[in-house]
Design a protein around this ligand. Structure first.
Ligand code: NDP
Ligand code: 13P
Length: 332
């Protein structure tokens, strides 16, 4: 009999929960690290994550929840990181530098390490010596909430090593998930970071009562902004209309499930950053990412009017109304 794949999933939020569902239902043995002891106890007793996608049931012979990150990582060949970027350093702090030796690391994170302003894959290479070719990223337009409902979804697995990416695609594919490999790992990682910032801008405009006509122009201008940034930081031929680029931007910009759009909408309606964060109970990666991209762009000097507007609104307390009014004059 073929041995089961052993996969570690690190993180207890919506995306980690959705990934555990897909992987365990496909027959893998999933070692699942959650930071909260009570959540682990609840999962062990009832087979549900009490706080995220709580309607999803897990078979406990295949899903092994734990608070012990060392043991969780040591038990698996594949390690999936699904913690919001801002908490990655804290989450991994109990692990030593060689903890990931011989394993494939898969980042499901759409964010950057704040302060260091680097991608997750670069962080893993620099701090945990994980070679670039041992890494994958999960990209594509896919909300955890729709995975829970088993709605048709598409994922793109980025990796320098296409064989490894294809192997991981095989662990994900099922009745409602299609998965395809792609070599542009840095491009999809940066694009995922940027689309969250654009979704904040879309939410802000919606909160200010701008309509679909304006948002469509915002999104098409955003695609040009993303293209300029990618060309400056990681030039290579890529098809930006692909679902891991344009598709991911569209789902975040328009979906009712989008954390970033929801957060932006609250800001547009006059909430402070603190009150919007308190109200949401989930993490809008774009809030942290806009600071990193703004910092990187001091060197690159790419023309990024939407990203700059979001930065000024969130970090310099410039009025959302004023910033969107300025953008209005720049769009065509
Ligand atoms: N949700 C989605 O559909 C998708 C998400 N992603 C990406 O997945 C990553 C994880 O996001 P997602 O699952 O949505 O997260 P959620 O917003 O659903 O949940 C927030 C998570 O952050 C944790 N958290 C909050 N505050 C802290 C803190 N101070 N220290 C440590 N952990 C904290 C929470 O832990 P606790 O519950 O213990 O408070 C919880 O696990 C992000 O990079 C996101 O962009 C990618 C694709 C789809
Ligand atoms: O990246 C995501 C879906 O592809 C999730 O981010 P949002 O919740 O902000 O849309």
């Amino acid at each position: 009999m073929q041995e089961r794949e052993r996969i570690a999933v690190l993180g207890g939020g919506s995306w980690a929960t959705a990934l555990v569902k897909i992987l365990s239902e496909n027959g893998a043995e999933v070692h699942w690290w959650l930071r909260n002891e009570e959540d682990v106890q609840h999962l062990r007793q009832y087979g549900h994550n009490p706080r995220y996608l709580s309607g999803v049931s897990f078979h406990l012979e295949q899903v092994l929840p734990s608070n012990d990150i060392k043991e969780t990582v040591a038990s698996a060949n594949w390690v999936i990181l699904a913690v919001p970027a801002a908490f990655v350093q804290q989450a991994l702090s109990a692990l030593d530098q060689n903890a990931f030796e011989g394993k494939t690391l898969v980042s499901a994170i759409k964010g950057m390490i704040p302060g260091e302003n680097i991608l997750i894959t670069d962080f893993l290479e620099e701090h945990y010596r994980v070679p670039a070719e041992h890494q994958c990223v999960i990209a594509g337009p896919c909300h955890a909430e729709e995975v829970a409902l088993e709605k048709q979804s598409y994922l793109t697995i980025g990796s320098h090593d296409l064989t490894r990416a294809e192997e991981f695609c095989g662990l994900l594919r099922n009745r409602y998930v299609s998965a395809n490999p792609l070599q542009d790992i840095d491009g999809v990682e940066y694009c995922a970071v940027l689309k969250n910032i654009i979704a904040l801008a879309c939410g802000i405009a919606h909160g200010l009562n701008y309509g679909d006509n304006f948002q469509a122009v915002m999104v098409s201008n955003a695609m040009e902004e993303i293209e300029r940034f990618l060309h400056a930081i990681m030039p290579r031929p890529r098809n930006l209309t692909g679902s891991a680029y344009l598709g991911d931007l569209l789902v975040t910009a328009y979906s009712q499930f989008s954390r970033n759009r929801t957060f932006g909408n609250m800001i547009g309606r006059g909430y402070t950053v603190k009150s919007a964060q308190f109200e949401m109970n989930m993490v809008a990666e774009g809030y942290y990412a806009v600071q990193s991209i703004n910092e990187l762009n001091k060197r690159l000097q790419v023309d990024m009017p939407i990203v700059s507007a979001v930065y000024r609104i969130l970090y310099e307390r410039i009025s959302p109304g004023v910033e969107i009014q300025i953008l209005k004059t720049k769009f065509k």
